[in-house]
Design a protein around this ligand. Structure first.
Ligand code: ADP
Ligand code: MG
Length: 254
């Protein structure tokens, strides 16, 4: 498939954070990763994006093995992510936070700027236009020149997502994007996720908001204590007795 995790295991000393997890994500789908706190969701993201080298198991992307590659090489293959806790550049504007996500296509940009200022300016203009169109997608273009951390929390999360998408990723890993959002903001997030998916970007999402998971995810993997306990579409996993006992519990009515 597009992204395949095979028998992935990640140990930290005596803790087995991810235990023999196998899952596949198809190109262009929204795949949900759900489970109780501490079940290994963020660790899977950290391993997939190259922050940790897996203890064992294999990760392949577009048919090539990527497990063990350093994070920047995995990014280079088309991965982007957001974090469970916001990581914005505090002193930068919203626009600059998105622009730092974009790589210049020229390797020697300083030399190029001196030798060919016109081309450099043209390139800067294109990057800015692209960043602005991402801010538009998230409905925050009007705050482009505000300091990122002066925005309310929900908008800061949008900036972070815009920055992730600025790298033109093939797949984006979103760690609890709805956490801290109110219902209106979550509704807007839902629309945006669908737009991102429709633009051809595959989405791998960790999320506790089951209403959101239900309405956007094409397929879902459920973890408990680092192990995969179920997989399938929402209707299947939400009816699974093991999942209800481990995670959904009283939320059965969702
Ligand atoms: N760097 C680390 N060092 C030691 N233990 C870790 C590390 N990262 C995660 N863990 C442990 O792995 C388990 C899974 O954590 P995590 O992946 O953050 O869960 P989730 O995102 O599902 O809440 C937890 O027991 C956590 O304490
Ligand atoms: Mg987590």
């Amino acid at each position: 498939m597009f992204l395949d995790l095979e028998h992935l295991t990640m140990r930290f000393g005596g803790v087995v954070a991810v235990n023999d997890v196998t899952l596949s994500i198809g190109r262009g789908e929204i795949h949900g990763l759900i489970g109780p706190n501490g079940s290994g969701k963020t660790t899977i993201f950290n391993v997939v994006s190259g922050y940790y080298k897996p203890t064992s198991g294999k990760i392949s992307f577009e048919g090539a093995q990527i497990s063990g590659l350093p994070a920047h090489q995995i990014t280079g293959r088309g991965f982007a992510r957001t974090f469970q806790n916001l990581r914005l550049f505090k002193s930068m504007t919203v626009l600059d936070n998105v622009l730092v996500g974009m790589e210049r296509h020229t390797k020697t940009s300083l030399w190029r700027a001196m030798l060919d200022p016109v081309a450099t300016q043209r390139e800067d203009k294109l990057l800015t236009e692209k960043a602005m169109s991402l801010l538009n997608l998230f409905g925050i273009a009007e705050f482009a020149h505000a300091r990122a951390t002066s925005l309310p929390y929900g908008n800061q999360r949008r900036v972070e997502m815009a920055r992730a998408l600025a790298t033109d990723p093939k797949i984006v890993l979103l760690d609890e994007p709805a956490s801290g959002l109110n219902e209106t903001e979550t509704d807007a997030l839902r629309e945006t996720l669908l737009k991102i998916r429709d633009s051809g970007v595959t989405i791998f999402i960790v999320e506790h908001d089951m209403k959101l998971v239900k309405s956007v995810c094409d397929s879902i993997t459920v973890l408990d204590y680092g192990k995969k306990i179920a997989e399938g579409c929402y209707a299947d996993v939400s009816r699974d007795q093991v999942v209800i006992e481990a995670y959904l519990g009283k939320e059965e009515d969702l």
